[in-house]
Design a binder for this molecule. Sequence first.
Ligand code: SAM
Ligand code: SF4
Ligand code: SF4
Length: 332
Amino acid sequence: MLKDALGRQLKDLRLSLTDRCNFRCMFCMPPEKEFHFLPREELLSFEEMRFVVEALAELGIRKVRLTGGEPLLRRHIDKLVRMLSSVEGIKDIALTTNGFNLKEKAALLKDSGLKRVTVSVQSLKEEVYEKIAGRKVNIKELIEGIEEAIRVGLNPVKVNTTVVKGMNDDEVVDIARFFKDMGVTVRFIEYMDVGTLTEWDMDKVVSGKEIIERINSEMPLEAIESEDKSEVSKRYRYIDNGVEVGVITSITEPFCGGCSRIRLAADGKLYTCLFAQEGFDIKSLVRKGIDKEDLKELIKDIWTSRRDRYSEERFSRRRKTNKKVEMFRVGG
Ligand code: SAM
Ligand code: SF4
Ligand code: SF4
């Protein structure tokens, strides 16, 4: 069991498959900004990813979540899922996606060994979605993708909604009701100050507490006590049908104390925090042929000296940093 300097165990990997995306969400990759995506050869290959995942699995990682950027844009992602499912020790492979083309891909991904999927749904109104995502989004197809994921047996299928005041916060109850009726858990995420490109400011954050109060006033909820310290979401269930809903309160009630995640970015750098300024360049070592035992030693050093707790320190920082890694690169 590998613990960091603050006693947090290494448990999960977030693996970013690409920094590219076919959406331009205003809270992640605002359309007015210019992006320089990584050239193909800078991305880790599937073989390289498997090598690092093998080392991490030997250090205790059991769960891998594929993310990005938009992970479904990475060609032959099903092949990668298959390769990772055969790594000894890996018990759970999940995916976070904007849902584009999920309907076509869900069955193959399930057959390849994917267990769970989280689909981001930012609005149920096309005109609002277009403002958020910087492009037209066909909501009917998005929902059909979620239905298909459920049908093929991905379990659980969850929804993420990032809430931005003045953008989609007036839809919180409608989104909650829609997915409650579908039997799908939604997690409402507080708008975070990730990366350096968004126009984040505290006035655009709606607190998890307020989100829960709004839902509870229409559809009564009860809190679920979680024993898992690394659980990021505060969980509730509807009293009438038992479906769960949650909030991820990185801003108003940070949860760094239970943070058990390591992140491998699309460019092959290893990060120990979503808000990190620097990553560790694992890719060049892998390309130079580092031995797996040496890689494990290096990762051990990185994890055991980890002291990150950005969200807990956010408002006490004397100096605002403008050198944070972008979320679409490190893997959201
Ligand atoms: N493209 C995929 C997607 O959108 O699901 C995976 C990557 S995306 C970075 C992962 C999650 O991060 C999405 O659910 C998105 O809503 C959320 N997200 C992105 N930027 C955010 C921000 N500034 N604050 C809170 N959540 C954010
Ligand atoms: Fe793309 Fe996901 Fe970022 Fe939106 S949140 S721009 S879908 S990576
Ligand atoms: Fe983990 Fe960093 Fe988020 Fe805190 S701010 S929960 S350390 S990723």
